[in-house]
Design a protein around this ligand. Structure first.
Ligand SMILES: [Zn+2]
Length: 432
């Protein structure tokens, strides 16, 4: 371990103050989650939703979805585990050098950048085979229409973006520890919460255009019907744009992104391809998205995320400020191995945290999605179109029709298609 701690590390946050702040923030987070989650989409006291894949889908559709899952195999999950493991292995390797940290370097900031970039590169390299396999299966099943060059370009763009965010995040953290050694966990926690809000608002402006081009929804009967729906929901004019998803996929999707001035409903052009014959289904999709707008779900999710980031960073600050934590977390050190160890530790925790909180964040997300479904039904009163839309989306996107409990817990941001269909039938029964 690092036996030669620099003198500045002695100036550390008060563990008592941090403990109290973490406990208060955790309590606040629990209240925010409790108050902002729509726990009962059909209303309290509604009978439980009973999904039945066999009444919702044909044996052929069930078999094809299972075939697709079978072809994907465990590899997407293997890739994910490898991605999380890489920084932990880097930490272990750097930890073995502890005590032999070498001479102080004048190149501390470049060492930070280099460490983060190398770890991110290794993550990309070790997960590339699983990503290539997944892309191959998506192509075989006709979901991906993308050539390998386009796919590689997408991979590179998201790698540059996520690595850039990681580099800036780690640099800011190191800088804060030097600037405010006693209060850095508080400063970092507030920064994380503020960045969550800014990131959510800037997402449609900074991230989405890197992957798709967007155009306004062309005028026509669909536009009129959508604005009518929005008017009925008591919403003002809604910014609806179309994404050129079809150059990448045959999959159909829509979503809401942004906050305030950047808020918009995005419909994939793949959804519009068949709008002529099935306007009711397209309207059901849009009504679901308008439900998100009506309930301010992006703001709701962002508030939960910001409260979670605040609590998470405070808890992390507490952990890293303990005697044991300070052996590994030494951002004030000038020794390259200690700097690398600190970077690896931060990246390892950052890579793992989303999966630690996933059972909670996914459960909240599924409640929000189920509520948007109910909003869609309340707006359109068209259960057959809604059910047909769920069926078509599940079949086109080859959604998992029978996810295992752990897949639902850790990965399902939306309820399964059979569940959503069953909830629509429950809603219909409750109207009688
Ligand atoms: Zn949704």
């Amino acid at each position: 371990m690092n036996r030669s701690l620099p003198a500045t590390v002695a100036v550390r946050p008060s563990l008592r103050a941090l403990g109290v702040a973490t406990a208060l923030s955790a309590a606040g987070f629990a209240v925010v989650v409790y108050l902002l989650t729509p726990w009962h989409p059909l209303g309290a006291g509604a009978p439980p939703v009973r999904p039945d894949v066999h009444t919702s889908f044909t044996p052929g559709q069930i078999a094809r979805a299972a075939d697709f899952r079978g072809r994907l195999g465990p590899w997407p999950y293997v890739g994910l585990v490898l991605h999380v493991l890489v920084p932990w292995v880097a930490l272990w390797l750097a930890g073995r050098r502890a005590g032999r940290d070498g001479a102080a370097t004048r190149w501390r900031w470049p060492t930070v950048v280099a460490t983060v970039v190398v770890i991110a590169l290794v993550q990309w390299v070790v997960t590339a085979p699983t990503a290539i396999h997944e892309q191959q299966v998506l192509r075989d099943f006709g979901i991906s229409r993308q050539g390998w060059a386009g796919w590689a370009r997408d991979q590179a763009v998201s790698w540059v973006m996520s690595t850039g965010v990681a580099v800036v995040g780690v640099l800011v953290l190191f800088w804060l520890v030097r600037r405010v050694p006693r209060r850095w966990p508080f400063a970092a926690a507030v920064a994380a919460a503020v960045l969550t809000v800014l990131g959510s608002a800037a997402y449609p402006v900074l991230v989405e255009p890197a992957f798709n081009t967007f155009r306004p929804l062309p005028r026509g009967p669909l536009t009129t019907a959508i604005q009518e729906l929005a008017h009925r929901d008591g919403l003002g004019p809604i910014n609806v744009v179309v994404a050129d998803a079809s150059r990448r996929t045959t999959g159909e999707n829509a979503h809401v992104s942004g906050l305030g001035a950047t808020r918009r409903v995005v419909i994939d052009d793949t959804v519009l391809h068949r709008a002529g014959q099935r306007q009711g289904e397209v309207l059901a999709i849009v009504a679901h998205e308008l439900g998100h707008v009506e309930d301010h779900d992006v703001a709701r999710g962002t508030a939960i995320g910001a409260a979670g980031a605040l609590t998470g960073v405070l808890a992390l600050g507490l952990l890293l400020s303990t005697r044991r934590g300070r052996r590994w977390f030494v951002p004030t050190s000038r020794r390259p191995a200690a700097v690398a160890r600190t970077c690896a530790l931060v990246l390892a925790i950052a890579a793992t945290a989303p999966y630690v909180v996933a059972p909670l964040s996914m459960a909240v997300s599924r409640k929000i999605e189920a509520t948007a479904d109910v909003r869609a039904l309340q707006a359109t009163h068209d259960v057959p179109a809604f059910v047909q839309m769920q069926r078509d989306l599940a079949v086109t996107n080859l959604s998992d029709l029978t996810p295992a409990w752990w897949q639902t817990w850790w990965f399902a941001s939306h309820p399964s298609p059979p569940w959503r269909i069953a909830q629509a039938h429950s809603w219909q029964q409750l109207q009688r």
